[in-house]
Design a protein around this ligand. Structure first.
Ligand SMILES: Nc1nc2c(ncn2[C@@H]2O[C@H](COP(=O)(O)OP(=O)(O)OP(=O)(O)O)[C@@H](O)[C@H]2O)c(=O)[nH]1
Ligand SMILES: [Mg+2]
Length: 380
C-alpha cells in the first residue's frame, strides 16, 4: 500500500494531483484545511493511498469529480462511513500480511539450512529441528548421512538417521552375577530417582539373579530419607543398614563380605556444589565400588545433563540410569545431550512402580523413544 500527503491550494487542485500521481484507484484517507503562517493564505492537505498489493480484496473508492471530500462537514456522511470501513478492512489485511511475513521469517530462521539440502535430507532436518535438536547437531547428523550416499527415500533415510544418533550413545549391560562381592552406588542430583532406581534394581537382582543382597543408606540428611528406604527394604525382605560415615561403610562392607551385592544409596547433591560432592566421594573412595550409577532425569535441561555428568564423573560415577522417561515430552533435546556424554547408559526407568518400571538400556529400547519423536513430528 502506498500512502502519500498532497498539498494544494484547493480541493480541485488536490484531487487532480492525486489522480495524476496515484491514479483512479487511489482513496482519500484524510483532508484538512490550514493557513500558511507566513503568507496567511489557506491551503488544503490531503492524505491519499493506493492499495497496490497483488492480493487486495477490497475495491477502493475511486476519486471522482463529484466526491465531496475535503469540504468541512461536522457530521460524517454515509460515504465517509463506508470509506472508513474499507480503510479498517485494508489495515486488517495489512496486519495479517505482516503477521504472515513474521511467521514465514521465523520458519525460515528455524529451518535456515533446509534450502541447501535435497528433499529427503531437508525433511529429516526439519523433523529434527521441530523436535528441538540444535542446528549444529542436526547438520552433523545430516552431513554424515549425506556422505553415506543416501537414496532419496525419506523412510529409509529416517531409519538411517535414528541409527546415526543412537550410534553416538553407549549402552552397558545390566548387573550380572559374580563370585565376588559387588558394591553398587547410586548418586545423582536431588529427586532424580536414586532411591527408586536402587530399590528396583536390588529387587530385580534378588529375584532374577537369586542374589544375596543388602541395602545401605548413606543418606542421613533428608528427614525420614533412610526410614523410607528401610520400610521398602523390609517389605521386600531385604536386609538394611544405615551408615553415618565412610568408616562405618568400610566396616559394614567387611562384615557383610558374604553378600553378593551391597547397594548404597547416597544423598542428592547439586552438580555445582563441589564440597558436598567431595563428601559423597569420600564414601565412594573408601568403598571402592564396582559400579557407581548416576541417575539422570531425562527431562532435565540439556546443559544440566551435560554438567551433571561431568561433575559426578569427577567423583567416580561411571554409568547412567536414565529416569522418568515416561514423562518425556520432547525426546530430541535429551537424546542429543545423551549422545554428548562420556558415560554409558545401563538402565532406563519409566515409571514409579517397583520393580516393574526399570529395564536394561539398549539400542532397540532407545530407538522406541526416538520413534515416538517421529510420531511427534507427524502431529506437528
Ligand atoms: N514418573 C516417574 N517418577 C519417578 C521415576 N523414578 C522415580 N520417580 C519418582 O520421583 C520421585 C523422587 O524419587 P526418589 O527415588 O525419591 O529420588 P531421589 O533421587 O532418591 O531423591 P532424593 O533422595 O530426595 O535426592 C518419587 O516420587 C519417585 O516415585 C520414573 O522413572 N518415572
Ligand atoms: Mg533418595
Amino acid at each position: 500500500m502506498r500512502i502519500k500527503k498532497f498539498i494544494a491550494r484547493n480541493l480541485k487542485e488536490g484531487k487532480a494531483l492525486i489522480l495524476n500521481e496515484l491514479g483512479e484507484e487511489a482513496v482519500i484517507l484524510s483532508s484538512r484545511t490550514a493557513k500558511n503562517p507566513e503568507t496567511g493564505s489557506e491551503y488544503i492537505e490531503i492524505v491519499a493511498a493506493l492499495d497496490d498489493s497483488p492480493n487486495k480484496k477490497i475495491k477502493p473508492q475511486k476519486i471522482d469529480e463529484e466526491s465531496s471530500i475535503g469540504e468541512y462537514q461536522p457530521a460524517r456522511t454515509r460515504h465517509e462511513e463506508k470509506h472508513s470501513h474499507q480503510l479498517s478492512d485494508r489495515i486488517l489485511d495489512e496486519i495479517y500480511r505482516i503477521q504472515n511475513q513474521i511467521f514465514q521469517m521465523n520458519e525460515n530462521m528455524k529451518f535456515k539450512y533446509s534450502g541447501a539440502l535435497n528433499s529427503s535430507l531437508s525433511d529429516l532436518y526439519k523433523m529434527m529441528r521441530r523436535n528441538e535438536y540444535s542446528d549444529e547437531f542436526a547438520l552433523r547428523i545430516i552431513g554424515a548421512l549425506a556422505q553415506s550416499n543416501l537414496p532419496p527415500n525419506a523412510e529409509y533415510a529416517s531409519d538411517k538417521l535414528i541409527d546415526a544418533i543412537l550410534n553416538k550413545i553407549r549402552f552397558e549391560l545390566p548387573l550380572q552375577s559374580s563370585d565376588k562381592q559387588q558394591i553398587i552406588f547410586f548418586t545423582g542430583t536431588t529427586g532424580t530417582g536414586k532411591t527408586s532406581a536402587l530399590v528396583k534394581i536390588a529387587v530385580v537382582c534378588k529375584l532374577l539373579l537369586k542374589a544375596n543382597i543388602m541395602i545401605v543408606s548413606a543418606d542421613n540428611y533428608k528427614v525420614a530419607g533412610a526410614e523410607q528406604l528401610q520400610t521398602i527394604a523390609s517389605i521386600a525382605s531385604i536386609p538394611f543398614a544405615n551408615v553415618f560415615s565412610p568408616d562405618d561403610l568400610a566396616l559394614l562392607i567387611k562384615d557383610e563380605s558374604r553378600r553378593d551385592f551391597i547397594f548404597v544409596d547416597t544423598v542428592g547433591r547439586s552438580q555445582n556444589d563441589k564440597s558436598q560432592l567431595e563428601e559423597i566421594k569420600s564414601f565412594i573412595d573408601i568403598a571402592n565400588p564396582n559400579k557407581v550409577y548416576l541417575t539422570i532425569n531425562a527431562n532435565s535441561a540439556p546443559s544440566s545433563i551435560v554438567d551433571t555428568c561431568e561433575a559426578f564423573s569427577a567423583i567416580g560415577a561411571n554409568s547412567i540410569v536414565l529416569t522418568k522417561l515416561d514423562e518425556l515430552a520432547m525426546p530430541g533435546t535429551t537424546i542429543e545431550s545423551l549422545s554428548k556424554l562420556s558415560l554409558p547408559i545401563a538402565y532406563l526407568s519409566n515409571g514409579q512402580r517397583i520393580p516393574e518400571d526399570i529395564e536394561p538400556a539398549d539400542f532397540a529400547k532407545m530407538k522406541d523413544y526416538i520413534l515416538r519423536l517421529k510420531e511427534g513430528d507427524r502431529n506437528a
